[in-house]
Ligand binder design. Structure first.
Ligand code: SF4
Length: 388
């Protein structure tokens, strides 16, 4: 159905990974560690009859624990980590003059990565080298968290719950660090597969409790939550880039013009210039691959110039992803996106750089954004991965 047009890897039939996950849960030698992406919370309740305000992410975490998962986390934590890495990288590339001709592109959407590699290979070097939140979290679970538990990385089985079929392919790209020579992520299930697992475990949705995620990777900011909607990555990155430049926070909503509201107009492109002191950052946000192609052609012709461009393959961003229960168009994506902006508005912290658990992980493990260790574990070489 619609999935074929909306989902960038719709041509691949969705694989069912639930059996594989049940096996890992039963395996006494494995410690199963799960993460749940921001967009999943906006849609999992639709099929289980939960109202949007009842379908809290903590209830998904509770369901996973009841199914036998050992540790549960919210990908919002690593979305904040991604912002620390990608925001720092952007400022470095921007101030060095590297982006005078071509912008830096976001790199967290595997549908988009696949598209640029096959359709615009000469632009691949413009991608941020930051891994996606899914992959960064996997790397942190198998290193930092494994050390905390005092176990070898091989014992950790990383599971992610994603709104996205393309995330299964992202998992398989050889993104790993030689020290543990394994994949960052061992299994990806979609929101639909999660719902099937909840049903087959005979868990009644009404009995689920809104539990907190485990420590020490517990905190997540509102900026991390909006990653699930188009414009969210850009907005989160600008909030922190501003702080990095000025050493003070902007108004949390200072960059809200990049929000998803505009995705049905202007060929799906929302553009905005932001002046921070004497610096002007020219940004654009686009979702949907047809819109993306048109934008890239304009950039190629020199009709437009930007410094930083966010691209999401699914119209409306991950809230409208191909792994969500119902994916029949932009309107639903828009409604789900509103839910994420509501959560951001009411979040205790609105800035990725204020995530205390992320800062603690830097202090104890990664040193600082874009450090050598961060490069080894949290970044990837897109050009090398094209040759693999
Ligand atoms: Fe997956 Fe989100 Fe990209 Fe869609 S927009 S392909 S759901 S990462």
């Amino acid at each position: 159905g619609q999935c074929i047009t909306h989902c960038p890897v719709g041509a691949l039939r969705e694989r069912d990974d639930t059996e594989k996950v049940w096996k890992a849960i039963e395996d006494k030698d494995k410690i199963v560690v799960a993460q749940v992406a921001p967009a999943v919370r906006t849609a999992w309740g639709e099929e289980l009859g939960l109202a949007p305000e009842d379908a809290k992410v903590g209830k998904i975490l509770d369901a996973l624990k009841r199914m036998g998962v050992d540790y549960v986390f919210d990908t919002t934590f690593s979305a904040d980590l991604t912002i620390m890495e990608e925001g720092t990288e952007f400022l470095k590339r921007f101030t060095s003059g590297e982006l005078k001709e071509r912008p830096m592109f976001t790199s967290c959407c595997p549908g988009w990565i696949r598209f640029i590699k096959s359709q615009f290979p000469h632009l691949v070097k413009q991608l941020s080298t930051a891994k996606s939140p899914q992959q960064m979290f996997g790397a942190a679970m198998k290193t930092y968290f494994a050390e905390k538990l005092g176990v070898e990385p091989e014992k950790i089985y990383t599971l992610s719950v994603m709104p996205c079929v393309a995330k299964k392919g992202e998992r398989e790209m050889e993104l790993y660090y030689e020290e543990y020579a394994g994949h960052d992520i061992d299994a990806v299930i979609t929101t639909r597969e999660l719902v099937r697992m909840i049903r087959s475990a005979h868990i009644s949705p009404d009995t689920l409790e809104d539990i907190a995620s485990d420590r020490p990777m517990q905190e997540g900011s509102g900026a991390g939550v909006i990653f699930g909607a188009t414009g969210g990555v850009m907005e989160a990155a600008l909030r922190s880039a501003y702080y990095l430049l000025k050493n003070e926070n902007p108004e949390a909503d200072a960059f809200k013009v990049v929000r998803s509201q505009g995705f049905q107009e202007n060929d799906g492109v929302v553009e905005a210039d932001f002046a921070i002191d004497d610096i002007t950052v020219k940004t654009a946000v686009v979702s949907g691959l047809a819109n993306t192609r048109a934008l890239l052609e304009k950039i190629e012709r020199g009709d437009v110039h930007y410094d930083f461009v966010e691209v999401m393959a699914c119209p409306g961003g991950c809230v409208g992803g191909g792994g969500q229960p119902i994916h029949d168009g932009e309107e639903l994506a828009f409604e789900r996106g509103k839910n994420l902006y509501y959560l951001d508005k009411n979040a205790d912290i609105r800035f990725s750089h204020e995530n205390k658990d992320v800062l603690k992980m830097y202090e104890e493990y990664f040193e600082k954004p874009n450090s050598h260790k961060a490069h080894m574990l949290l970044h990837t070489d897109h050009i090398a991965s094209m040759e693999r």
